[in-house]
Write a protein that binds this ligand. Structure first.
Ligand code: ZN
Length: 481
């Protein structure tokens, strides 16, 4: 029996009154969050943030949030692309479980239950503000994808991206849209999701942030070649959608990425300040994460994320803030933050919310993070089920090792992510038993889908999209969202 269930029985037998959550006679009642707030950012690496150990001041507002909440240092997305990653986050299952594969253009089918649908059915007002084009609600199929269950779904994207025929909304307008909904919110009991887009390429932050972060490149820095039109892969190259004018030096792009992060952080800070001023954080379950990371030169992959499965594209920042009295498995770190070393994943979000709100558990690959101790023997799967001429990748990890392989490199490589976060040294030959065990677990975990194995909804590329992408030399699938 789960400890909480036992507590409830004890409480009932003792005749104690427990109006909020479960409790026993000698325990304080477990508080139930008044609302759920999910803040996320596209393409955001945890190691480019102050609380993630970065030396540049990219994230003062997230760092402040981290200091008052709990940081999960080993948190991972289920996929390194927007659509499958967020489909997993919203369902607590793997992308393949819920039909959100392959690639980025197959959407969650309508029959899959999402977190927003669950909370809407429980009477929560549900609202989303998203600023990545790939997440927009489709007029021809409004009941599929991650927009399911959101009564208010703001996907207004007025800005045309520099290199693609796609639209987005910058951080300032994203925060404004979230504040506008908050100003007219129909209830204090709500689920709000805000998804920022800015660190996604092309890296074009406002000039003031560029000034702050652009440094003089090394005099002898060599430029990288630009990927050829129509090519979807290529180590040592800058993807076409990232290219900015004649600039080819990677350090400039990396600085521009930092400037994007800082700009996003400033606008997130404005939203957090407003939430705080209205007293909406303290009694909320608030989660901050990214959909996936970005390759910044590791394994000679530059400024892309849907092409490999190394740590930098799947490790994500994860901060959780819960009302006082809800248990989180944190230790006090030397810098004053509360940290969790144990593995956590996007698949944990849904079970965490259901646990916090005392709602019926759903089938999930995850665990509730509201626990004094997370399972030590846990493994997490992140896969890239690719399309459009790209190879598929697979990975599984435990608390120390990541095992990674692909169609191109089918011999698994084993990395000690704690000692070697850049995944430079393949330890497979030194730990064959670990390789075997992890490979077996991956096979077992992915052999069966969790659920009914629904077919995803293949997104049709509109005529306008297709023409714009063709004109720019892209195939319709050549997107790295
Ligand atoms: Zn993304």
């Amino acid at each position: 029996m789960k400890p909480r269930a036992r507590s409830l029985l004890l409480a009932a037998s003792a005749g104690a009154a427990c109006f909020v959550g479960a409790c026993s006679p000698d325990e304080a009642p477990r508080p139930r969050p008044a609302r759920v707030i999910l803040l996320s950012c596209d393409t955001l690496r945890s190691d480019r943030l102050g609380f993630g150990g970065y030396g540049r001041d990219t994230s003062p507002n997230l760092d402040a949030l981290a200091r008052r909440a709990v940081v999960f240092d080993a948190a991972y997305a289920s996929a390194p692309m927007t659509q499958p990653a967020l489909s997993s986050l919203m369902t607590g299952r793997l992308p393949a479980d819920v039909g959100a594969v392959p690639g980025n253009r197959v959407l969650l089918p309508g029959e899959v239950e999402t977190l927003a649908e669950i909370l809407a059915a429980e009477g929560y007002a549900t609202a989303a503000v998203v600023s990545n084009w790939i997440l927009r609600r489709r007029a021809d199929a409004p009941d599929v994808g991650v927009s399911q269950g959101f009564q208010h779904f703001d996907d207004e994207m007025p800005d045309r991206e520099g290199n693609r025929g796609m639209y987005q909304r910058d951080a300032r307008a994203t925060t404004d849209a979230a504040l506008a909904w908050l100003a007219s919110r129909p209830s204090e009991r709500f689920f709000l999701w805000v998804h920022y887009q800015d660190p996604h390429g092309p890296y074009e932050p406002p000039a003031a942030y560029l000034e702050q972060f652009l440094r003089e490149p090394p005099a002898d820095e060599a430029g990288l070649p630009v990927r050829e039109r129509g090519a979807v892969l290529g180590p040592g190259q800058i993807p076409l959608y990232q290219v900015l004018g004649d600039e080819r030096r990677p350090s400039v792009y990396a600085d521009r990425y930092d400037a994007e992060v800082r700009y996003f952080d400033a606008e997130l800070g404005r939203l957090l300040e407003a939430l705080e001023a209205e007293g909406l954080i303290e009694d909320a379950l608030l989660v901050f994460t990214a959909d996936h990371g970005e390759a910044l030169g590791e394994h000679d992959l530059w400024f892309c994320h849907g092409e490999s499965l190394h740590r930098g594209v799947v490790q994500v920042p994860l901060i959780v803030s819960a009302p006082a009295g809800l248990p989180l498995p944190a230790r006090a770190a030397a810098d004053g933050t509360r940290r969790v070393d144990a593995l956590a994943g996007h698949v944990d979000l849904l079970p965490t919310v259901l646990d916090a709100l005392d709602l019926r558990p759903r089938p999930t690959r995850g665990v509730s993070l509201l626990t004094p101790e997370l399972p030590a023997e846990r493994t997490l799967v992140s896969d890239l089920v690719a399309a459009d001429g790209r190879p598929s990748w697979s990975s599984i990890q435990d608390a120390r090792f990541r095992l990674v392989w692909s169609e191109l490199e089918p011999t698994p490589q084993l990395f000690d992510v704690r000692a070697d976060p850049g995944e430079r040294e393949d330890l497979a030959a030194r730990h064959p038993e670990r390789v075997r065990a992890l490979a077996q677990q991956h096979a077992q975990l992915t052999a069966q889908r969790l659920g009914d194995g629904p077919q995803g909804h293949a997104m049709r590329v509109s005529e306008q999209d297709a023409q714009a992408l063709d004109a720019l030399g892209y195939s319709s699938g050549d997107e790295d969202e």
